[in-house]
Write a new protein. Structure first.
Length: 127
């Protein structure tokens, strides 16, 4: 995460409260990937990730996939993008209006942003 003050971190946490969903997919049969994820998650959060198939799941993907869904309007999105120095992608652009996480827009698959949010106190699932 970019170096931010405690005050900025508090603003980011307040701006994203009840507006974040974190998910992680790993390739089926790649137990080492799952174990590494759990270790990193525990290291940053002090907690074991919830073993919920909607948030932490094996899939037919070739690699790891970190997904962050955000429910932000224009000004909130601009604030978050500026504060975290990231660019977020609209779910509607990627999936049309049939996205299973339609209430969350924009989204990101940035692993560093995922871990930064975990370090700020966000957890797998809906926050």
């Amino acid at each position: 995460m970019p170096q931010i003050s405690d005050l900025s971190a508090a603003f980011i946490k307040a701006a994203l409260a009840d507006r974040v969903r974190l998910e992680f997919d790993y390739p089926t049969g790649k137990v080492a990937v799952r174990v590494a994820f759990i270790q990193q998650y525990q290291s940053l959060s002090g907690e074991t990730p919830p073993d919920h198939p909607s948030y932490l799941r094996a899939s037919n993907k070739f690699g790891r996939q970190f997904r962050l869904y955000l429910s932000l309007d224009g000004p909130q999105r601009h604030f978050v993008e500026t504060a975290l120095r990231v660019t977020l992608t609209s779910v509607a652009i990627q999936h049309g209006h049939r996205s299973y996480n339609y209430r969350f827009t924009p989204r990101s698959a940035n692993p560093q942003l995922f871990w930064d949010l975990v370090a700020l106190g966000f957890r797998l699932g809906d926050n």
